[in-house]
Design a protein around this ligand. Structure first.
Ligand SMILES: [Mn+2]
Length: 506
């Protein structure tokens, strides 16, 4: 748990950025209907959560630097015996003062009467427009209400400032406690990835691997997934955001799993790709080791002072070079990079910020330049290769989807991989999946049989072709014969006709 002191520090930091004569207003997320009277599990807005640690719906945070009766005001639901019997406990006004260190608290149902008063004589309102259109309108209404009181000596705020910008800069740098939370999320998620590798068998369904993941993360305290899991086997691995997870796992295919648990609001984001039967085929291994090499090169670029795009550039270089070596791309490496030829196999970027949101907040560029990596930032490194149904490459390379993703923290002098406990080398994966000699032998025999069948098929086609040729020749000969016969008949007829005519004449 993050303690109330850390939340207080964050609010203080933000209020210092805001300055006096300003007010910040931040509603939490809206509850969303799933169907009829069933709602989706509630998840607070990440900015709201970052500043309060408060998980109840229907709450609004207000920060007023320098307010005499308290700078931190929290609007929330009132205590209600009946509601609490039906729907669960509520902290209420006294509860949030006691447990969440609010200076002052009011019922959310009174916000229309109270909030305009708190905005009086403030010049600037820090608020994020465009998330809740409904709340945007109410806020405009409150400001207009104040404007009508100008003759009574009331000043309405004249300036709206984007709250998210200042806040997102803060969220980009993770505190020691936040790193602790993220380590817990990643540790649990790594265990869940190992569990899937051990459980995987040909004939299982993709969703059954997802079930293993949910079981492990939920039972270890991740109350939610950070995002819906992607479990794509075979050609489904080439669909970047595949979430149907509905197909059977085939012997000889790879399965790509992008899944992460959420712990106390913090996300893990891990991708592993492994063979369904536990043993990589030659082609799968060649591509897999290429992605792994690209990932290692990208991770080496994570250190303070290096720019955001350096890991991506490193990954692109390794992947392009490797694809040329394997014959899947043709041309000069530097030219292929310049022309972005690698994009037909590697079409996404190498990573993103990670934190309370899986694609966490924070700018990637400052003044149009890639931003520098700094101590305390956390990012993912996730190169991949997706051959898809690419007709320009030999069949044996097609429909292979591979991504390897780790969560990496920038440290004072380099990096720390938070997700190292999820196996990723070929040897580690084959070991944990107990890739056995029998599976390997079976796979080899299968490949051989496939090749033999292939040869047979080619022979068959060839023999069929010659057969076709023969019949065509025969038919032609026949036709020619017929024609000549016909011609002869015609000739004969003509000549006898002429003879008859000449006879008549004479
Ligand atoms: Mn990711």
């Amino acid at each position: 748990m993050i303690d109330t002191k850390e939340f207080a520090r964050r609010r203080k930091h933000l209020m210092q950025d805001m300055g006096k004569d300003s007010i910040a207003i931040l509603p939490t997320a809206l509850e969303q209907t799933r169907n009829r009277d069933v709602t989706y599990p509630f998840r607070p807005d990440s900015d709201f959560l970052y500043l309060t640690g408060f998980w109840e719906p229907e709450a609004v945070l207000v920060l007023i630097p320098g307010r005499e009766h308290g700078e931190y005001v929290l609007f929330c639901r009132e205590k209600d015996e009946t509601q609490e019997i039906w729907h669960g406990r509520r902290y209420g006004q006294e509860g949030v003062i006691e447990h969440f260190a609010a200076d002052d608290s009011f019922p959310i149902s009174d916000i229309d009467e109270i909030l305009p008063g708190l905005m009086e004589n403030k010049n600037r309102v820090f608020y994020t427009m465009g998330i809740h259109s409904d709340f945007d309108q109410r806020l405009t209404g409150w400001v207009n209400q104040l404007k009508q009181k100008v003759r009574m000596g009331v000043n309405a705020p004249g300036e709206f400032v984007a709250l998210d910008h200042a806040l997102h800069e803060m969220r980009l740098y993770k505190s020691a406690t936040e790193i602790k939370m993220m380590k817990k999320a990643t540790k649990i998620s790594c265990a869940a990835h190992r569990r899937m590798m051990q459980a995987c068998r040909p004939g299982m369904y993709e969703y059954q691997l997802e079930a293993e993941f949910i079981y492990e993360t939920l039972s270890q305290g991740c109350r939610s997934q950070a995002y819906p899991a992607i479990v794509g086997s075979g050609k489904n691995g080439c669909i970047l955001h595949y979430t149907e997870n509905s197909e059977p796992l085939k012997d000889g295919d790879l399965v790509l799993i992008d899944a992460g648990g959420e712990y106390q609001g913090y996300a893990a984001d891990i991708t592993r790709t492994f063979p369904v039967n536990g043993c990589f085929s030659a082609e799968q291994k060649a591509l897999y080791e290429l992605v792994l090499e690209a990932q290692a090169a990208a991770i080496e670029q994570v250190y303070p002072g290096n720019h955001w795009n350096a890991p991506h550039e490193a990954a692109v270089k390794v992947i392009t070079r490797g694809l040329v070596k394997l014959g899947l791309l043709k041309g000069r490496v530097d030219r292929l990079i310049k022309d972005e030829a690698y994009k037909q196999f590697y079409m996404h970027r190498t990573g993103h910020w990670l934190g309370l949101d899986v694609h966490d907040v924070g700018d990637y560029k400052i003044d149009n330049e890639w931003r520098m990596l700094e101590n305390g930032m956390v990012l993912t490194i996730e190169p991949g290769i997706y051959t898809g149904n690419n007709r320009k490459i030999p069949k044996k390379w097609r429909n292979i989807g591979i991504r390897i993703e780790d969560d990496v923290r920038v440290t004072r002098n380099g990096y720390e991989v938070l997700t190292a406990a999820a196996p990723k080398s070929v040897a580690e994966i084959e070991a944990i999946m107990a890739c056995s000699k029998s599976v390997q032998a079976r796979a080899k025999a299968k490949a051989k049989a496939k090749a033999a069948v292939g040869k047979k098929a080619v022979k068959k086609i060839a023999s069929r072709k010659t057969a076709v040729k023969k019949t065509v020749k025969k038919a032609l000969k026949k036709a020619v014969k017929k024609k000549t016969v016909k011609k002869q008949v015609k000739k004969k007829a003509a000549s006898t006709g002429r003879k008859k005519a000449s006879r008549k004449k004479s």
